[in-house]
Design a protein. Structure first.
Length: 113
């Protein structure tokens, strides 16, 4: 695994650990393995490369957020503040993976400041 990919995996695992409501060892034991297993799919290229489609950064952000949502228990994303913090942390992790500041997304950053 490339270092940038490993760093993204560590960042996503840290987000899950930070926002897991119980953070017990049993619940978190499989986080690293689940993220490692999902990473190739998460980083797969978009099969549709047309003008106006989502950027690679958008895809990584969406896929990362969905992965985190699957790893957190049901109901743990009910808090808007928690969702906002996760969204910001995912954006930072993807920005780090892609090697720089991400431009605002037409699709994901509308109405957010």
């Amino acid at each position: 695994m490339e270092e940038a990919d490993a760093a993204l995996a560590r960042a996503l695992a840290a987000i899950v650990r930070e926002h897991h409501p119980t953070a017990d060892a049993a619940a978190l034991a499989t986080v690293d393995a689940a993220i490692a297993a999902a990473l190739p799919t998460l980083l797969a290229a978009d099969p549709v490369d047309s003008e106006g489609s989502l950027s690679r950064a958008d895809l990584y952000r969406i896929r990362s957020a969905k992965l985190i949502a699957r790893l957190l228990p049901p109901g743990s994303l009910a808090d808007r503040g928690r969702r906002r913090r996760i969204r910001a942390a995912v954006r930072d992790a993807v920005s780090e993976r892609l090697g720089g500041e991400l431009p605002a997304s037409v699709y994901l950053d509308r109405g957010r400041g």
